[in-house]
Design a protein around this ligand. Structure first.
Ligand code: FAD
Ligand code: NAI
Length: 468
């Protein structure tokens, strides 16, 4: 006999799980969440999006106070770092957010069950926690158990000197030398944080380029800007071992294709080579839920696994490992379970790297369009020609819009520049509505604002930018 009966039980309270639960409850379904960690919010709120953005914000202002303030006539002297206070600022950001989820779950009358959830039969979940075991019975199970750090063979993460993103967010002091393995999102965001706070940062990347998946032309400009800030890159290289026996770490760095290794010394090594789905202890094998060769739970277009009544969303399934993608899937699956037509448009999922400048994109890159044989026109507009960017003296980067050569429909937008992450929302809305570049070009944009560069790039698609 089960302890409780539900319409939906969601395992995991990351952005996928808690949003799914709230939407299900809104739709009148009796809903529970199961969470194994002390706080709600998953990777994103506890050790991901939120703490990393708090550190990016604080470290960016620290750098501005030292470099940009004097030329604006603000004399505050050389800023000094109180790392403990900065960490407290970050922890308060996390605390406020996870408490917010707690409040929202209660407000929506979602039952929160603490402990590790395991699927033990059709519609049955056993939860072990706080020294007790209880069983929940439910019509639908949503797996939202997220992802964990990818480990590198031969490199043992101790979260002190050899760290993942989790350890890199709680370092007790600024490392003199930080070696980052992986020039992806985490490596560049957290590498930026520690560089701004005083570390010498070297990034080792396996591929011959940084941020794979991002439009190559944008990635190359991005790399140049980061190099100008002092981040060093070793591309087409891999770290094969880290010797932690001495006072300083000694990393063996080899050409990606193999060859002679060099030794690079560092105080801290950050391993940021991706994340893998997390399904440990969930009982998927016993339940017969199929996974692909990368450990991702296989779902159909309605987020259903091969086992009736079991669904999955977020980092644990295929697609970009992004909080907003997990959230949208959470909403969609809740609506499907309530008999509605939930849907996620995977062609319009924005992607933002919160460095300075920010890199934001949505839709297709030039390489993807070329590979698909789609004829397109590109319109590009630099921030050096944007009035507000000039006023702020933040002129790095550009906006690039790719539009279908025949229909003018916007297929991709790429923005490298200050505040790109906020600007990409306009492009996403336009694409969701099937806009043509002409539509963006003819939309009145306030002056002087950075988004005027988006309008100018849209004008540039038709070779009629005004300010260039
Ligand atoms: P998760 O957030 O991983 O949540 C899964 C939850 O399930 C966890 O709380 C876990 O404890 C729980 N759980 C797992 N198994 C069980 C079980 N058996 N029983 C009970 N509970 C269980 N994305 C962005 O969009 N923007 C960003 O700026 C961003 N920054 C990031 C920065 C870092 C450093 C990292 C690591 C990630 C970042 N991400 C960012 C990615 C984002 O965090 C993930 O895409 C997102 O958290 C995925 O949500 P999810 O709900 O699928 O899983
Ligand atoms: P990533 O997939 O973004 O980048 C990993 C990088 O490591 C790639 O460039 C890859 O080529 C490289 N790499 C892989 N193996 C290597 C090796 N052996 N040696 C050297 N380089 C190697 O993964 P990352 O940065 O760990 O982030 C994980 C996930 O978290 C991402 O999928 C991302 O979507 C999400 N995230 C999102 C953020 C955002 O939206 N702003 C911020 C941080 C994370």
């Amino acid at each position: 006999m089960a302890d409780s009966r539900y319409d939906v039980v969601v395992i995991g309270t990351g952005p996928g799980g808690y949003v799914c639960a709230i939407r299900a409850a809104q739709l009148g379904l009796k809903t529970a969440v199961v969470e194994k960690d002390k706080t709600f919010g998953g990777t994103c709120l506890n050790v991901g999006c939120i703490p990393s953005k708090a550190m990016l914000h604080a470290s960016e202002l620290f750098e501005e106070a030292g470099h940009a303030f004097p030329k604006m006539g603000i004399k505050v002297g050389k800023p000094t770092l109180d790392l403990g206070a900065m960490m407290k600022f970050k922890d308060e950001a996390v605390d406020g957010n996870v408490k917010g989820v707690d409040f929202l779950l209660k407000k929506n009358k979602v039952d929160a069950v603490r402990g590790v959830g395991r699927i033990v039969g059709p519609g049955r979940i056993e939860v072990k926690g706080d020294g007790k075991t209880q069983t929940l019975e439910t019509k639908g199970i949503v797996i939202a158990t997220g992802s964990e750090v990818t480990q590198l063979k031969g490199i043992d993460i101790d979260e002190k000197r050899i760290v993942s993103s989790t350890g890199a967010l709680v370092l007790g002091k600024v490392p003199e030398k930080l070696l980052v393995v992986g020039a992806g999102v985490i490596g560049l965001e957290l590498g930026s944080v520690w560089r701004r706070l005083g570390a010498q940062v070297t990034v080792v990347e396996f591929l011959d380029r940084i941020v794979p998946g991002i439009d190559l032309d944008v990635a190359k400009s991005f790399q140049r800007l980061l190099e100008r800030q002092g981040i060093a890159f070793k591309l087409s290289s891999k770290v094969t071992a880290v010797d932690n026996s001495g006072k300083r770490l000694k990393a063996s760095v080899e050409p990606a294709a193999g060859g002679k290794a060099e030794t690079v010394e560092a105080d801290v090594v950050l391993v940021a080579v991706g994340r893998v789905p997390f399904t440990e202890g969930l009982g998927l094998e016993e339940a017969g839920v199929k996974k692909d060769n990368r450990g991702r739970v296989i779902v159909d277009a309605h987020f259903a696994t091969n086992v009736p009544g079991i669904y999955a969303i977020g980092d644990v399934i295929a697609g970009p490992m992004l909080a907003h993608k997990a959230e949208d899937e959470g909403v969609a699956v809740a609506e499907i379970l309530a008999g509605q037509a939930g849907h996620v448009n995977y062609d319009v999922i924005p992607n933002v790297i919160y460095t300075y400048p920010e890199l934001a994109s949505v839709g297709k890159s030039e390489e993807e369009l070329e590979q698909a044989g789609v004829a397109y026109n590109a319109g590009k507009f630099p921030f050096t020609a944007n009035g507000r960017a000039k006023a702020n003296q933040q002129t790095e980067g550009f906006v690039k819009i790719l539009a279908d050569a025949k229909t003018d429909r916007v297929l991709g937008v790429h923005i490298l520049g200050a505040d790109a992450g906020n600007m990409i929302a306009e492009a996403a809305v336009a694409m969701e509505f099937g806009a043509a570049a002409e539509d963006i070009a003819r939309t009145c944009h306030a002056h002087p604002t950075l988004p005027e560069a988006v309008k100018e790039a849209a004008l540039a698609v038709g070779k009629r930018a005004i300010h260039m």
